[in-house]
Design a protein around this ligand. Sequence first.
Ligand code: ARG
Length: 397
Amino acid sequence: MPVFRPAIRQKRPAERLSSLSSPPGSAGPAGPAGLPDLADPADLSDEADRFLHQCYTELGRTAELPARRRAVAAAIRADGTYDHTFAELEYGARVAWRNSSRCIGRLYWQSLKLRDHRDADRPVRIAAECVRHLREATNGGRIRPTVTVFAPDRPGRPAPRIRNEQLIRYAGYRVEDSGVVGDPRNIELTDTVRTLGWYGHGTAFDVLPVVIEAPGYRPYVHVLPQDCVLEVPLSHPRHPWFAELGIRWHAVPAISDMCLEIGGLHYPCAPFNGWYMGTEIGSRNLADADRYDLLPTVAANLGLDTTTDRTLWRDRALVELNVAVLHSYEAAGVTIADHHTEAHRFLKHVAKEERAGRVCPAEWSWIVPPLSGSATAVFHRYYDEADARPNFVRHEV
Ligand code: ARG
């Protein structure tokens, strides 16, 4: 939805992962304590019922509710599971975004585009749909929030999964003495795909293949065609040397390892994307000491005095790195949000939710941007922390 080190008031810094990843050491789902046992038809029926009630009420279709409840209850009695209609799945996926308490970008939750591919069973078809997802979501740079939903887990029949945390990730290679080339976050995935036969070019920005794991199949490695991976080379509006650094980033953040939970059904393979907020790239991916660690490089090129922390060289380098990110995406015609605009939009979203009679679950330490926190409006208040369903959760693998 998503790793550190900004000063954080509510959570230990180590708990703030790049947006939407779970804190280290919390392998389990973000779910509430005393999770229902969904293999138990009674628990599944309760979850389904709660969801159907919410769905048909919010959609203003309560007349259909009694018959639909009976049909779902009968399916669960007969098969131990049930199917969502397209409308239920679309509503469920949108509300899963609305309930994503770590996401600042939820104002547009109702615009989420559903691609329903629950019938795609074989890994090769799933990979092909991931490629189409990226093309449609990228949309030449005018990024469209999109989710592709594949089959749910069924009793005794777990669904396929995507091993990558995002559809587009850069390889990380351990190199002798000098550390890592590429993104250190993806070293493990890189090692995995190398044992499966993939070779990279060894650059700092090699796009990793997608790995699909499905019961009964060997892990399926799919190299993404170049045309579905839009990337932005970074430059700075005032410092020509910046472009020479050869830094780039991809246009679409598409989370692919979170499970979409709707009405007691689990869709473990449901990649979704929004667009980037600049700080995710400029303050975290490229700046974190355990990621691309570029602050010392940027500071040196800016001619800053890095001999003491008190010159605030890191802070100044961070700002220029973020300027470069926003400038480059805009110049390339790729949707990106700045953190001030996104903060205002978020508060508008919270107000809208309140007007609709709902609380907006939000985690302060994830909502406040990792640059100039107190200069954004979202810093100066607290939020309701609730773990609502439907939602995108990270499950133990
Ligand atoms: N923080 C993650 C990254 O930098 C992406 C998380 C989702 N972000 C988003 N804007 N939808 O790759």
